[in-house]
Write a protein that binds this ligand. Structure first.
Ligand SMILES: O=C(CO)[C@@H](O)[C@H](O)COP(=O)(O)O
Length: 216
């Protein structure tokens, strides 16, 4: 099977989205890019992740043509492709509708960086991309207006985009963003959360980019 490992990685991340409560039914999508071919493996549109096999993950080329797979690719495929083109450093993209993060997206409110979690995994505050309609290939350009070199942003009135240097890394960013949004929300109920200074954000970010875990 073409790009079997990448397909498995994409499906595994999609299943983890359910496990961590980041999506309801099929309200999200996952993709990974193969560095050698430039092909993208992406979840099919509107299909229950728990019923998918690796072969159900669709392989597309950089222009969005299906290279292998029998299903229609995610409705957000063109947005994933746009983001990959602008961010050669990333190889994984995850879109969720995770509830705590989405509640800030509904308010068009950036989540300030008051926790090491957001510093580590997002790279600072979580910006909000302007509202764009779905399925019109407008999400990608709106995301790139605010994402910079960060690993996540909110989509106004919609959801979350998380990216990473692998599918797994994008998953970690999506999970940790939701965790950071939840903790920020809880702290806000008690008072005014204190923002981390930029130099501390950078230090925390670099640890997670370059030395955390088994990579060094
Ligand atoms: O919110 C949206 C539309 O942008 C998506 O998350 C859909 O809800 C899932 O679409 P597919 O990836 O299944 O086509």
């Amino acid at each position: 099977m073409l790009l079997e490992n990448l397909r498995k990685e994409v499906l595994s991340a999609a299943l983890q989205l359910i496990r961590y409560g980041l999506v309801t039914l099929t309200g999200g999508n996952v993709s990974g890019r193969d560095e050698q071919t430039g092909y993208i493996a992406i979840t099919p549109s509107g299909m229950d992740y728990e019923k998918l096999n690796p072969a159900d993950i669709v392989i597309i080329d950089g222009a969005g043509n299906t290279v292998d797979g029998k299903w229609k690719a995610s409705v957000d495929t063109k947005d994933h492709l746009y983001i990959y083109r602008q961010r050669p450093d990333i190889q994984g993209i995850i879109h969720t509708h995770s509830p705590y993060a989405c509640s800030f997206a509904m308010l068009h409110r950036e989540i300030p960086c008051c926790s090491t979690t957001l510093a580590n995994e997002v790279g600072g505050s979580v910006p909000v991309a302007r509202y764009t309609p779905v399925a019109e290939a407008a999400i990608g350009p709106a995301v790139m207006e605010v994402l910079g070199d960060k690993n996540a942003c909110l989509l106004a009135n919609h959801g979350v985009i998380a990216v990473g240097h692998s599918v797994r890394h994008a998953l970690v960013a999506a999970v940790m963003l939701e965790d950071g949004a939840k903790v920020y929300h809880l702290a806000s109920l008690k008072g005014e959360p204190v923002q981390l200074p930029p130099e501390e954000i950078e230090k925390a970010r670099n640890v997670f980019l370059y030395t955390y875990g088994q990579s060094s």
